[in-house]
Design a binder for this molecule. Structure first.
Ligand code: AMP
Ligand code: FES
Ligand code: ZN
Ligand code: ZN
Length: 328
């Protein structure tokens, strides 16, 4: 196959679009796709200070690289979850990427900030690790963005992630979740704007970009992702995609273009009202937010089991400052 731009031997095929590229023109194509998504959905302005949530995996590292190349003022934020060697190697990859490019990186270690790791939190609350991990990540990332005055948070969610979440929400008709699936979630009181600039690029395409740019990244999957429903949905979509290229993209894009607006319009009085959490002041639909409830419950058990001293009380304010390791 030949590169569609220069006619030289192609190195990467983008099957869903029936195109192929040589390394140089693939990198150009990839970065242009991200730029176009940002422009089309007005995700970011050139003057914005962007907080990039970086797990150390290929998606968020590729995202940081593209945003940097497009000229955005970026700071990375990595949450140290305390999942043994997996988390350790994720932090190493993130630090290596940031260090090589002299980019500012904020690292929040949950054990230092809140005294428990994600596996401890899951065990103490007897909840699924991914579920308490997801809610803690969302909360802490938002809190850092709000407290440090960033204009937006960018995450590395890709087409496979977004299409599999959509499939899961459709299979269970989760209408509340369906209306929150867009690539841009606007800012509200104490809620930072959230954007997903890679939402139309597949895992495979992002991997090709990461390899061609020789970016360091964490290769391992989280040990708790084994058996997750999202992986089943990704596999199912990949099987359909293999027979019918372009289906994944059409599924997500057509949903966002045609169905999501109808669902939004049908909601009573716009949407559910958000209130300030009684404990931490951050937005919630109830009296106390899910983060405060979960961590409070974990502290209660941690005191009973003497994992934390008897006088320990959960405080939503973290025990550390959110300062970058390498300010620019
Ligand atoms: P996941 O939910 O693990 O698929 O991750 C989705 C996105 O959330 C990633 O692309 C990152 O932008 C962000 N993210 C995940 N884990 C972390 C972490 N430990 N620290 C900072 N951001 C993260
Ligand atoms: Fe959170 Fe795996 S990254 S449980
Ligand atoms: Zn070419
Ligand atoms: Zn709260």
């Amino acid at each position: 196959m030949k590169c569609r731009v220069c006619g030289r031997k192609a190195a990467v095929e983008v099957r869903r679009q029936g195109q192929a590229f040589c390394p140089e023109h693939y990198l150009e194509w990839f970065e242009h796709q991200v730029e176009r998504a940002i422009r089309r959905h007005r995700m970011l302005r050139k003057s914005d200070r962007v907080l990039v949530a970086v797990s150390g995996g290929k998606d968020s590292i590729a995202l940081w690289e593209v945003l940097r190349r497009l000229g955005y003022a970026t700071t990375g934020l990595h949450l140290q979850l305390g999942i043994g060697g997996y988390s350790q190697r994720a932090l190493e990859a993130t630090r290596r990427y940031a260090g090589e490019r002299g980019l500012p990186l904020i690292v929040v270690d949950l054990r230092e900030a809140y005294r428990l790791s994600i596996p401890e939190l899951a065990e103490l609350t007897r909840r699924r690790t991914c579920s308490v991990c997801g809610l803690t990540k969302r909360y802490v990332i938002n809190r850092v963005a709000v407290e440090e005055g960033f204009d937006a948070v960018a995450t590395g969610h890709n087409l496979d992630d977004e299409a599999s979440v959509l499939l899961g929400n459709v299979l269970h008709w989760q209408t509340d979740a369906l209306v929150r699936q867009g690539p841009v979630l606007p800012a509200k009181e104490k809620l930072a704007k959230r954007v997903k600039p890679l939402y139309l690029l597949t895992e495979r395409e992002i991997l090709a970009y990461t390899l061609l740019r020789r970016l360091p990244y964490q290769h391992e999957e989280c040990p708790f992702s084994v058996g997750a429903k999202s992986l089943l949905y990704k596999e199912a979509l990949n099987r359909i995609e293999a027979q019918s290229p372009g289906t994944k993209q059409a599924f997500l894009e057509q949903y966002l273009k045609r169905i999501e607006p109808v669902l939004q319009a049908g909601l009573p009085a716009g949407e559910v009202a958000l209130k300030a959490c009684e404990r931490c002041g951050y937005p919630t639909t109830g009296e106390v937010c899910a983060f405060c409830k979960t961590w409070d419950q974990a502290y209660r058990w941690a005191r009973k089991k003497r994992i934390l001293p008897g006088e320990s009380v959960f405080a939503p304010e973290p025990a550390l400052r959110f300062a970058p390791e390498r300010p620019n």
